[in-house]
Design a protein around this ligand. Structure first.
Ligand code: BGC
Length: 752
């Protein structure tokens, strides 16, 4: 183990960046080895040759699990941990120290080109599942990189734009998921994002990388830059950015050395970051070789298939059109059935070990299934060809009992590096669907997309299966669900809106001149649609099953740790085994602060055999009830009677309970600018003031008063600042009385 003291200044500076695209800097003189960090997140993208961060150059075959948009829809931490473990095994077998994932950024707008890599529009879902992924991967002696820290919610102008977010929103929405992963799972590394936050680059943001991440959340690992996110390396050292990737070719090492020599950078700051690099290298050395190859390709393919089966969300199933009978005559329509879209483009592109097609998997069960491509996935304006493909689709649909139509977003529309400009499906695909519906109403739509799309056909199609991007085993998993071998249990982790214009960030996305104002504040995703009482196509948390679930006997109370413990009986009332995702939302109304109508605070995925009842216990952590109080820069739990909704989706509340929660005291220092109402609410001087005011008003004549009867004088006067009151109060307020009051308040109750 190398001691910091054994290293020269130049050697320490050299450790602050990589030696190449994917490797850390070795120092042979003192025996420091070099380690590889590589993508991530839903598979291992190890490039044996030249490296790139756009998914262009070849990488070795690895299992392509479903991207996080899919895995997230399972709402099941156990599943994420299981996949994480498999990912960790592959990482270890290939001698990679750190797998670059998971991404837990909030899906602020459905347009973000990278939403397929992220988990949810909600921080509790993203954080809980992100932590499970990290625990799974790290159980195999390798590390993860929690990314992209922070407020990296669009691709447009990602290397310059400033995400301008008020602190409460930042803390409660955009950082909360990261915080949970750090506190619950301690990822080996955190990757700082490209963008600025409130005008300071993440890579130079001391508040973010040191004050919040380390001092408040207790992060013990290393901060690595996103690939190319460093603008000023010396500022980065001071901010707490430990490792720059990829290599700067030595140029930033020289800047660090020069800065130490000219005194503009204190060497002790460099020592802190160097020590963290050494710590990572030690961890990697200890963990190396934990899993021996070769990779069991089939076993991991089976895990990928299980995960894909759990990822699909059944949106509609009129008259139980699904599951299909193997004896039915089935027309399979749509290019995605034969050419699966199973992951998104960019740095997360995995070279799969094998690839299942839905068409093959369907024909394994129903060999007589016919197929028509329906539309072309390429860029073409050949109208004759389009008409020919459509007619073919109509012809096979006409003769079948049921038509399974695979539509979705062509790969070029969803990628790292740029955002979408529309959330609609391609018009030519919708035309084919319409033509099919005219000859056969028994249509099942299977969607392939990495982020939500509008569904204008919703009421005309009896069955819709949201199949996201499902990884290499998605084709067989889709057949598993279509034929009922797997009962779908996924639920939406993002709202499906009616229109792009309805979405919360619509007027503030993607900003202009590198400034992005998060004007919707806390009201992201369902928080927005609920607050504005808007209709949506499918709400957050929604998803059907081939069976049905009933909730009963819900109860809730505060336990010894101050957390809210909810218990509810969930019964599978149908005749198939299945899983239900039970969700708990809370709110407090009235409240001192602006609040969403309801916010998800906890959830559980429960497996239930047909007819079975289980008592499900769900814990809402007290700290998750807190809001960020900007007056005192602290998390505060407001006391009061909380509404606790036990729900099957954000708009399907099954039981609504009420729980009394003790609040945290917020004692503000009183100043001349404090209002009379604030002084009245002060625990020490409030009662004194009340008495004094009562004395003063008692002397006032009631008879001649012009004030309307019953009027509350405090409502009128409450906003008067104390200093102004002293000046305006004339002889009614003795000289020095206000000063004394302020001193008493601040002296009596010490504030931090
Ligand atoms: C992406 C990261 C990725 C890195 C390395 C960047 O472009 O934003 O998510 O891990 O490249 O490929």
């Amino acid at each position: 183990m190398t001691d910091l003291k054994d290293l020269t200044l130049e050697e320490k500076a050299s450790l602050a960046s990589g030696s190449s695209f994917w490797y850390t800097q070795p120092i042979e003189r003192v025996g420091i080895p070099s380690f590889m960090l590589t993508d991530g997140p839903h598979g291992l993208r190890k490039q044996p040759g030249s490296g790139d961060n756009l998914g262009i150059e070849a990488s070795i075959p690895a299992t392509c699990f479903p991207p996080l948009v899919g895995m997230g829809s399972s709402w099941d931490p156990e599943l994420l941990e299981k996949v994480g473990k498999a990912l960790g095994e592959e990482t270890s077998i290939e001698n990679v120290a750190v797998l670059l994932g998971p991404g837990v950024n909030i899906k602020r707008s459905p347009l973000c080109g990278r939403n397929f890599e992220y988990i949810s529009e909600d921080p509790i879902v993203a954080g809980t599942l992100g932590a499970a992924y990290v625990n799974g991967v790290q159980s195999q002696g390798v590390g993860t990189s929690l990314k992209h820290f922070a407020a990296n919610n669009q691709e447009e102008d990602r290397m310059r734009a400033s995400s301008n977010v008020d602190e409460r929103t930042l803390r409660e929405i955009y950082l909360r998921g990261f915080q949970r992963v750090v506190e619950d799972a301690q990822p080996w590394t955190v990757m700082c994002s490209y963008n600025k936050i409130n005008d300071v680059y993440a890579s130079e943001n001391r508040w973010l990388l040191t004050d919040v991440l380390r001092d408040e959340w207790g992060f013990k690992g290393l901060v690595v830059s996103d690939w190319g996110a460093v603008a000023d390396r010396v500022n980065g050292i001071e901010a707490g950015l430990d490792l720059e990737m990829p290599s700067s070719g030595g140029s930033t090492d020289a800047e660090i050395v020069a800065a130490v020599k000219d005194g503009s950078l204190d060497e002790s700051e460099l020592d802190i970051t160097t020590q963290r690099v050494l710590d990572l290298i030690n961890k990697a050395t200890e963990g190396a070789g934990k899993v021996e190859g070769p990779l069991d390709v089939e076993a991991h393919h089976a895990v990928a298939r299980e995960a894909a089966g759990r990822a699909m969300v059944l949106l509609r199933n009129e008259d139980n059109l699904l599951p299909l009978s193997p004896d039915a005559s089935i027309a399979v329509i749509g290019a995605f059935a034969d050419k699966p879209r199973y992951q998104g483009a960019g740095s997360s592109m995995i070279n799969p070990t094998k690839l299942d097609k839905a068409l093959d998997a369907i024909r394994e069960v129903a060999p007589s299934a016919t197929y028509a491509k329906g539309f072309s996935l390429g860029v073409t304006d050949d109208k004759d060809e389009a008409a020919r493909l459509r007619d073919e689709a109509v012809a096979v649909a006409k003769d079948a009992d049921v038509a399974v139509v695979f539509i979705g977003l062509p790969a070029r529309l969803e990628s790292e590096g740029y955002d979408r400009t529309s959330i609609d499906l391609p018009a030519d695909q919708l035309e084919v669907l319409d033509a099919v519906l005219e000859v056969n109403p028994n249509v099942v739509v299977v969607l392939s997309n990495g982020s939500v799309v509008t569904l204008p056909f919703r009421d005309r199609v009896p069955a819709i299966l949201e199949a996201w991007l499902l990884g290499q085993a998605g084709g067989s998993a889709t057949a598993d669900v279509l034929f009922g071998k797997v009962n779908p249990s996924g639920k939406l982790t993002e709202t499906v809106p009616l229109l792009l214009e309805d979405t919360p960030a619509y007027l503030n996305f993607p900003g202009q001149f590198s400034e992005v104002n998060y004007g919707e504040g806390l009201f992201v995703g369902y928080r927005w649609y609920d607050a504005r009482n808007m209709e949506v196509t499918y709400p957050f948390g929604y998803g059907l099953s081939y069976t049905t679930f009933e909730y009963s006997n819900a109860s809730a109370g505060v336990n010894d740790d101050g957390d809210i413990e909810i218990s509810v009986d969930v019964t599978n009332t149908g005749d198939r085994d299945g899983r239900e995702v039970v969700q708990v939302y809370t709110t407090l109304s009235p409240s001192m602060v602006q609040r969403p109508v309801r916010e998800l605070k906890a959830f559980a995925s429960v497996e239930l055999a047909a007819g079975e009842t289980k008592t499900v216990t769900i814990v809402v952590r007290r700290k998750d009830l807190a809001y960020w109080d900007v007056r005192v820069s602290k998390w505060i739990v407001e006391g009061g009677s909380y509404t606790v909704d036990v729900a099957a989706s954000s708009r399907d509340i099954r039981e609504s309970l009420s729980v009394e929660v003790d609040g945290d005291a917020v004692v503000l220092p009183l100043t001349e600018d404090s209002s009379l109402a604030e002084a009245m609410a002060h625990p020490v001087v409030g009662p004194m003031l009340e008495q004094a005011l009562a004395g003063m008003t008692a002397g006032m004549s009631q008879e001649n008063s012009m004030a309307p009867e019953g009027m509350d004088m405090m409502s009128m006067m409450g906003s008067l600042p104390l200093g102004r009151l002293a000046r305006m109060g004339g002889s009614m307020i003795p000289d020095g009385a206000i000063e004394q009051l302020i001193a008493a308040a601040n002296g009596a109750v010490p504030t931090e």
